[in-house]
Write a protein that binds this ligand. Structure first.
Ligand code: FES
Ligand code: FES
Length: 155
């Protein structure tokens, strides 16, 4: 076991963990940030998406040793009151169905809009297809991203 310092959602944390412990388990089991979901565990579904130094990353694929000196943002850190434009658009468009994939979808959408504030349909579909939704919420995801982008233009 080693001692690690992490910055998650702008707050410092100290944890004890093996160096190869996936960031996903650190977030969920050691820090209680259960908004980030576990599904495939092998980087294929996006349920565990977080932002690492501003880049979208499946947290099941990153070890604590690789994440410890970097800035980590989880779904809980997007906003404290669901006021992030993507979260508001998600509510307005009623995107969620079962909801399991949705934290990962929202983190993917937020990262997309950071890089491309006015994405077209093909940009959205290409990026969002990497985060799997068994309920087929992609048409509403696309609408919500356009809505969030329009809000960003007004802001
Ligand atoms: S649980 Fe991490 S990508 Fe599927
Ligand atoms: S809303 Fe059910 S898996 Fe996406």
């Amino acid at each position: 076991m080693a001692h690690w310092l992490l910055t998650v959602n702008g707050k410092p944390h100290e944890v004890e963990a093996e160096s190869d412990m996936p960031l996903l388990w650190v977030l969920r089991d050691l820090l209680g940030l259960t908004g980030t979901k576990f599904s495939c565990g092998e980087g294929a579904c996006g349920a565990c998406n977080v932002h690492l130094d501003g880049e979208l990353i499946p947290s099941c694929t990153v070890s604590i040793s690789a994440a410890s000196s970097r800035k980590i943002v989880t779904i809980e850190g997007l906003s404290s009151d669901a006021s992030h434009p993507v979260q508001r658009a998600w509510l307005d468009e009623q995107v969620s169905q079962c909801g399991y994939c949705q934290p990962g979808q929202i983190m993917a959408a937020a990262a997309l809009l950071e890089k491309n504030p006015e994405p077209g349909d093909s940009d959205i579909d290409r990026v969002m297809a990497r985060t799997l939704c068994r309920c087929g919420s992609y048409p509403r995801i696309r609408k919500a991203i356009h809505r969030a982008a329009a809000q960003g233009k007004k802001a």
